[in-house]
Design a protein around this ligand. Structure first.
Ligand SMILES: Nc1ncnc2c1ncn2[C@@H]1O[C@H](COP(=O)(O)OP(=O)(O)OP(=O)(O)O)[C@@H](O)[C@H]1O
Length: 527
């Protein structure tokens, strides 16, 4: 279906892809894996004729589609010949309903008049709705009202709507999936796998990018490994396993970090207390959450998508309006004053990094020190002059250099704009920016989403280290239960917006699985 010959792509003078010779067969599910910044998204963007590729100087080499050399240069043309792409960040129209989004490129039409023909036509809303309902049913998603607006959906459902939009293009022959499972929990990943296997059976060829190697191994017929913009290996199904792939990606074996709970000190002081905390905002709601967090703890919060595990931090930082009380170091927190909250030591790393966590137009250096400089008055050359003092550039440069090395941020220099970084590297900047403020309480949401297997361990180790060395209280909301069990002292399970249970990290996986679905096992080891 697709063949590339010596495909290369430069941004300025730096190669993001170099001499890529790649084949995608008909009806094949082809996995592409590689560390953050290794060129995976750029490769899909080149194949899909993304505008940004042309705005940055185009590409070199040749692409063949069904045997013919491609002579197109817009995404619209790519869609017309049968390509489709599901993006890493959602590309849905939030203000429109599900059916309108699914049928956005393939709307059913009613001609306005026989004479005027199809160009003068009305959108056939009824048929759009019927076809969208059918498609969701085929996906195994029953009981969803396709007249619901997109902004009322949880992340998993948004992801399925994105896929449905591409599949509803009747000409679809090749589907590019760029980290579609990053935001999905285990149950939804199973639905996703079924959808992809069905498409394969219908003859659609698929390129699938994921950092979750177990999914890649389970789903793919072929796997190609990218490293620093080049293909380092390609395997047929019978020849690959996750260990082999991981070593090709990173160049060495990755060992998993785990918190040593014996070495660890937790005081009896309650640093943060939530009393009857409730949020009611569209699909983001929690009810009567009561939780006391001790100074020096690492507390995990998890749930299925939409059940509330990311909301608490948004309430504390005043991003979502809440009812009830938040007590910080014995005093009621004024959630209207986020700057003061940060200055007083509470910092958050949001899951919505592009919208809330980064200054995309600014460079890496400014992003990393921004909160420290402006909310914590750090890096002043003459601290006694406070706001009148210039910043200490030397100190900033030193710390930024250290962060780039420590977090393994792949970039051309500290002056590169954050919007030019790969998704995973943007996430690392977000984390560096929060950690450098040396917070007393750090809220972190989905810290390893979109992060490669090697950098993931660096991030988890960072959370363990700041907790151990600085005594930072860490509250980490994540759908990765395995990671929470490795680093947390206890894990709060949310179900339908309420705390369902608080589990020990030593508890069985089965107890966790039941709890996130609102169920208990008889001998549940509740703490
Ligand atoms: N618009 C751009 N300008 C400059 N450099 C860019 C631009 N877009 C991407 N790059 C660079 O190209 C390289 C490859 O990025 P790409 O997004 O393809 O990586 P990736 O493998 O998809 O990473 P991730 O796993 O983090 O999503 C990175 O070094 C990135 O900084």
């Amino acid at each position: 279906m697709i063949k590339t010959v010596n495909l290369s792509k430069k941004f300025s003078e730096i190669y993001a892809l170099k001499n890529i010779n790649f084949h995608l067969k008909k009806g094949e599910i082809h996995g592409i894996v590689g560390a953050n910044g290794s060129g995976k998204s750029t490769f899909l963007n080149v194949l899909f004729q993304d505008r940004n590729i042309y705005k940055t100087g185009g590409y070199e080499g040749k692409i063949f589609f069904e045997g013919n050399e491609l002579e197109i240069n817009t995404t619209k043309e790519a869609i017309d010949i049968g390509m489709g792409k599901v993006y890493q960040e959602f590309a849905l129209v939030n203000s429109m309903d599900i059916a309108s989004n699914i049928k956005i490129n393939s709307s059913c039409k009613i001609p306005a008049s026989e004479k005027l023909g199809r160009d003068f036509s009305y959108i056939d809303k009824k048929r759009n709705i019927e076809e969208s309902e059918l498609m969701m049913k085929e996906f195994g998603i029953e009981n969803i009202d396709v007249k619901r607006n997109i902004d009322s959906l949880n992340v998993s459902m948004k992801q399925f709507v994105e896929i449905a939009r591409e599949v509803s293009n009747r000409k679809l022959k090749v589907l590019f999936l760029d980290e579609p499972t990053a935001s999905l929990n285990k149950e939804d990943v199973e639905i996703f796998k079924k959808i992809v296997r069905n498409l394969k059976e219908k003859g659609v060829s698929i390129i699938f990018i994921s950092h979750r190697l177990d999914e890649v191994v389970d789903l793919c017929d072929t796997v190609t490994v990218f490293r620093d913009g080049e293909i380092v290996s390609s395997y047929e199904r019978k020849d690959f396993d996750s260990e082999k792939i991981a070593i090709d990606m990173i160049g060495k074996k990755v060992s998993k970090v785990e918190k040593n709970r014996e070495e660890h000190f937790t005081s009896d002081e309650i640093i943060l207390e939530l009393k009857n905390l409730s949020i009611k905002e569209k699909n983001r709601s929690i009810n009567d959450v009561n939780l006391s967090v001790k100074k020096g703890e690492i507390v995990g919060i998890t749930s299925l998508a939409g059940h509330g595990h990311t909301e608490i931090s948004y309430a504390v930082m005043g991003i979502l309006k809440s009812k009830g009380d938040i007590i910080y170091k014995g005093k009621k927190l004024n959630t209207e004053k986020t700057d003061k909250t940060i200055a007083d030591g509470i910092v958050m790393i949001p899951d919505e990094r592009k919208e809330r966590g980064l200054l995309l137009e600014s460079n890496i250096s400014d992003n990393i020190v921004y909160t420290a400089c402006y909310s914590k008055n750090r890096y002043l050359k003459y601290p006694s002059l406070k706001g009148l003092s210039p910043f200490d550039k030397k100190m900033i440069d030193k710390d930024v250099k250290e962060c780039i090395e420590k977090y393994n941020i792949k970039c051309s220099s500290k002056d590169q704009k954050v919007k030019e970084l790969s998704g995973g590297n943007q996430q690392k900047v977000c984390i560096a920016r929060a950690v450098i403020t040396e917070p007393e309480v750090l809220f972190v949401s989905e810290p390893t989403r979109g992060i490669d297997i090697f950098s993931k361990e660096i991030i988890l180790k960072t959370l363990i280290d700041i907790n151990k060395e600085n005594g930072t209280t860490v509250i980490v909301s994540s759908s990765e239960i395995d990671e929470l069990k490795r680093i947390c002292d206890r894990v709060v399970i949310m179900y339908e917006g309420r705390i369902f249970d608080i589990l020990s990290p030593y508890e069985d996986d089965e107890v966790y699985s039941l709890a996130i679905s609102g169920k208990r096992r008889e001998d549940n080891g509740k703490i």
